[in-house]
Each structure stands twice: as C-alpha cells, then as structure tokens.
Write a protein that binds this ligand. Structure first.
Ligand code: SF4
Ligand code: SF4
Length: 325
C-alpha cells in the first residue's frame, strides 16, 4: 500500500498531469512550449511538470522547508515567464501566448478591463486562482510579486509599516482603477494608455528598490499594486484561512516573519492576521507553540495545510507550463 505521506504529492502530480493533458489534447494551437517546437513532445512536458509538481508539493509539506521552496519556485516561475517574453520579443514568437503583446504589469489585470470595458481573460484566470487558494496568488503565483520578494528579502527582519498604509492602500487602489475607467470613458488613445500602464509598472519597480529593499516589507504589493488588495478582498471567497489559536503566548516572534504587514498585537488579539495576509505560511515555522495554522472548513489544521499545498504546488506547475504573455 502507498505510504500516507506519498498521497499528497501523488494527488498534485495527477491534478497537474490531468489538467495539462486536457490542454495538450484539446487546445489548438498548442499551449505547451515543447509541443510548439516538436510536435508530440508536449506529452513529455506534461509528464515532467507532473513529476515536478509532486516534488514541489513534497518539499513544501515540510514546514521547515516551505518558506525556502515557496520563494525559489516563485522566482523560477517569474524568470521563466519574463524569459519567454524576452525570447518572444527577440523574434522567437512561439514563446509568446498569441503574438499579441500585453504589458506584463499585474495591475493591468484589473485596470485593463476597467479601461477597455472588455478583455476579461486574465481577470478570469486570476479570479479562478483566488477562488481556489485565496490571496496566495500574491505570495506564490504572481510573476511580478516575486521581484518585490527579492527586494524585501534584502532586509532580514521587516519593519512595521505606519498604520495609515492599511487604509491608504484602499484609497490608492480605488483611485488607480477609477482613473483607468475614466481614461476608457474619455476615449483616451491606446498608445497613451499603454504608456501610462508602463509608467505605473516602472514606478512600482522603483518602489521595490527604494522602499521594499529598505523596509523588508513587500511595499509594492501591499500598497502600489491594486491586484494585491483585490486578491486579499476577493480571497475571502476561498475557504482557506490562517488562524492564531488560543495557545498563542503573544511572544510576537511571528511578527518578524511577516513581510505583508499582517501581524500586529491587535491581530493576535483577534486570533487572525490582518486582511493583507497572503497565506504565504512563513509565520507558521516561526511560532514555537504551533499556534498558527491554516484552516479550511471541516479539516484539521495539518490537513488544511496539506490541501493548500497540494493546490498551490499544482497551480505553480500549471502556471510554469502555461502562463506567458
Ligand atoms: S500585489 Fe500585485 S505585483 Fe504583488 S504579488 Fe499581488 S498581483 Fe503581483
Ligand atoms: S500572517 Fe503569516 S501567512 Fe499571512 S502573510 Fe504574514 S507571514 Fe504570511
């Protein structure tokens, strides 16, 4: 009989392999990169990505290895995503999704449709992810968020952010989306809108370099990017939560692990992190009393965590194979 510890990686492999097989079999023109270059080899890519999902899942199930694996797999995805974009721009068009370029700035996932009044594909993909794993999009799957993590990781212990950030980001996100909507209503030309979107993206990178890299907090994702706010708000529809149990001694060690400004004394009092929590899981290892847990309706803490990791590992492998501009 299969040892119980092997079941979650096996499920991740089957989930990844099953979904990629449907894509390989049914979608035309081919979505998998290998298939685009050598017909038939997409099946080998399906097998490789399924095995990879199982390996990632197995490693992340170990709480001591989860933070490192989350980080490195997330960075790998970002490198593959932008690497394909660069190759596409260099003339290898097979590395692009459709040949029609879009700006690789996550804010445009929502601002783009607000401006155009259409083009909901990326928004739909984002929402599907958010329904499955809540705000974990912003700590495991976003192509640009991984850069903010690189910047913030330069500081070992993140600084607490001023309280106004929690409210200020709501006003800022609404202002960005409303500005995009107004540009659409006013009939602002596509070229100007693209320049505005590009400038927003470059300003975001400046925030990573100038603020996140100095504070150790993910300031770009916490404040600048409106998708961060949408992920944490809409992520409420996902049944996954992080809870602080009554065994918490308020030692505050977990504060030092959270780069998302989601743990402060009042959050521990309430028994849950602030709304900016992205379910990254970094704080779990830092708690000596095992007081922080994932929660999912009807499941014990360890089982909820296992289910969460099976899903994020599978989504990561799927994104690695399918996500491109
Ligand atoms: S906040 Fe924006 S850039 Fe940051 S991880 Fe989320 S979607 Fe990506
Ligand atoms: S509270 Fe924990 S899981 Fe949530 S963002 Fe902070 S470190 Fe990550």
């Amino acid at each position: 009989m299969l040892p119980i510890g092997r079941i979650p990686p096996l499920v991740a492999a089957l989930l990844t392999g099953g979904l990629l097989s449907v894509v390989q079999w049914k979608v035309s023109p081919p979505m998998l990169l290998a298939e685009r270059f050598i017909p038939g080899s997409g099946w080998a890519e399906v097998v490789l990505l399924s095995v990879y999902a199982a390996l990632v899942c197995r490693a992340m199930l170990d709480p001591t290895r989860q933070p490192k694996w989350r980080r490195w797999t997330w960075r790998l995805f970002s490198a593959v995503f932008y690497g394909q974009l660069l190759l596409g721009l260099a003339g290898i068009e097979k590395c692009l999704m459709t040949g029609k370029l879009h700006l690789p700035v996550p804010a445009l996932i929502a601002a783009g449709p607000a401006y155009r009044g259409g083009g909901f594909f990326m928004l739909g993909l984002f929402l599907t992810t958010v329904i499955l794993v809540g705000p974990a999009w912003c700590s495991h799957l976003c192509y640009l968020g991984a850069w903010d993590d690189v910047a913030a990781s330069r500081v070992k212990v993140p600084r607490a952010l001023p309280r106004w950030v929690r409210l200020g980001k709501v006003a800022f996100a609404l202002a960005v989306l409303f500005a995009a909507f107004l540009m659409g209503v006013a009939g602002v030309e596509g070229t100007f809108a693209a320049v505005a979107g590009g400038t927003f993206g470059i300003a975001g990178i400046a925030i990573m370099v100038l603020v996140s890299a100095r504070t150790g907090a993910m300031v770009h994702c916490l404040f600048w990017c409106p998708i961060g706010l949408l992920a944490t708000w809409l992520g409420r529809v996902s049944p996954f939560r992080l809870v602080v149990e009554s065994s918490c001694t308020r030692c505050t060690l977990c504060f030092r692990a959270c780069r998302y400004d989601a743990l402060a004394p009042e959050d521990l009092e309430r028994g849950r992190p602030a709304a900016s929590c992205t379910l990254c899981g970094d704080c779990i290892r830092s708690c000596r009393h095992d007081s922080i847990r994932y929660r999912f309706a009807g499941l014990s803490g360890p089982r909820a965590r296992t289910l969460f990791i099976v899903l994020v590992a599978s989504l990561h492998a799927l994104f690695l194979g399918l996500a491109r501009i």
